[in-house]
Design a protein around this ligand. Structure first.
Ligand SMILES: NC(=O)C1=CN([C@@H]2O[C@H](COP(=O)(O)OP(=O)(O)OC[C@H]3O[C@@H](n4cnc5c(N)ncnc54)[C@H](OP(=O)(O)O)[C@@H]3O)[C@@H](O)[C@H]2O)C=CC1
Ligand SMILES: Nc1nc(=O)c2c([nH]1)NC[C@@H]1CN(c3ccc(C(=O)N[C@@H](CCC(=O)O)C(=O)O)cc3)C=[N+]21
Length: 296
């Protein structure tokens, strides 16, 4: 079998068009323009690229973008003072602190400073708890994007066996929560999993969120399974820089029923869902109905 390619870039463009449409209506009806603040600490080159791309796409859908660049040696007090200011700024509906941050700062502590209603990354314990208990939360953008692709491709996910490889707070854990909510039978695998190949072989849905280039080979994939590759790894091959996922695309494409490519799969969906979450946060902050088709 040769897999159908799930075109995340095209789907993300559709999500952004929906966001743009609903932002325009919101502005017209209420005068509210959703605003997203992105905080970048230091000069990590990959982070700079993402932050620029987030800023551009925020403007393109008609929202306000606020970028805050802080030096790598910024003190935690200065960073928290900025977060506090953004928490209290009514023009800012979403706040994202780009990770990784320099070693003298704690990601967990940073996230705990953000107003949960503005936590568009869905990382605050309040949002993790709301999601885990089946309530309305801010859901981390990458898992939300993966869920949208899966629902679009498969329709109902009910009763399917899903394996999530990776248990991070940003991707693996919220992904597993969303799949459980859609009635999948979910296994969360990680670096201590015994016989990972065997665990992956059982899955109708494989989500790879590990951070190891091409770690999942095609012969771990059940024939016809749907494979969502979250990994973004920069490698050098044949003297060229290349972006590859956590799945060995060349062999997996021969076994899977459908697969997301890297680039052009999950990555663009992450940014589209960040914009969707910012719109959702703006609606909730103003007691307005949820945007249509953009929440989990
Ligand atoms: N496309 C997108 O939009 C996004 C892509 N990413 C990418 O997704 C990947 C994962 O990101 P993130 O979740 O933040 O990463 P983390 O490093 O936080 O988590 C990686 C997870 O993978 C597990 N793991 C590591 N090695 C193995 C192994 N050999 N076998 C099985 N499991 C293993 C770890 O297990 P343990 O807990 O036991 O250590 C951990 O749970 C990265 O490539 C990242 O760049 C991330 C965010 C967005
Ligand atoms: N607080 C926080 N939240 C995040 O969600 C977060 C983060 N920090 N730090 C880094 C990771 C990674 N991440 C990506 C977003 C978009 C693409 C993306 O658009 N990728 C394109 C290609 C980009 C390229 O060419 O480099 C694609 O896959 O097609 C990738 C990765 C969000 N993350």
């Amino acid at each position: 079998m040769t897999a159908q390619i799930i075109d995340g870039r095209a789907f993300a463009a559709k999500v952004r068009a929906q966001v743009a449409d609903q932002v325009a209506k919101l502005k017209e009806k209420t005068g509210i323009t959703p605003g997203l603040a992105v905080v970048l600490v230091g000069e990590d080159p990959a982070s700079q690229v993402y932050v620029r791309s987030k800023g551009q796409q925020t403007i393109e859908v008609g929202m306000n973008s606020y970028e805050h660049k802080l030096p790598a040696d910024v003190s935690k007090d200065e960073l928290y003072a900025l977060i506090d200011k953004l928490n209290n700024d009514p023009a800012v509906h979403g706040i994202l602190v780009q990770f990784p941050v320099p070693d003298h700062l704690s990601e967990t502590e940073i996230v705990s400073q953000i107003d949960p209603g503005k936590d568009v990354d869905g990382l605050h314990v309040v949002n993790a708890g709301l999601l885990a208990s089946g309530q309305k939360a801010m859901v981390s953008c990458t898992p939300l994007g993966c869920l949208m692709l899966l629902r679009d491709h498969l329709g109902s996910l009910s009763g399917l066996d899903a394996v999530v490889v990776g248990r991070s707070n940003l991707v693996g854990k919220p992904m597993a929560q969303l799949l459980v909510r859609d009635s999948c039978t979910v296994t969360i695998a990680h670096s201590r999993t015994k016989d990972l190949p065997d665990v992956v072989r059982r899955a109708d849905i494989v989500i790879a969120a590990v951070g190891r280039p091409e770690m999942v080979p095609g012969d771990w994939i059940k024939e016809g399974a749907t494979v969502i590759d979250v990994g973004i790894n920069r490698i050098e091959r044949d003297g060229k820089n290349k972006l590859v996922g956590d799945v060995d695309y060349a062999t997996a494409v021969e076994r899977a029923g459908a697969i997301t490519p890297v680039p052009g799969g999950v990555g663009p969906m992450t940014i589209a869902c960040l914009l969707a979450n910012t719109l959702t946060a703006a609606c909730r902050a103003n007691g307005l109905p949820e945007p249509e088709g953009l929440t989990a």
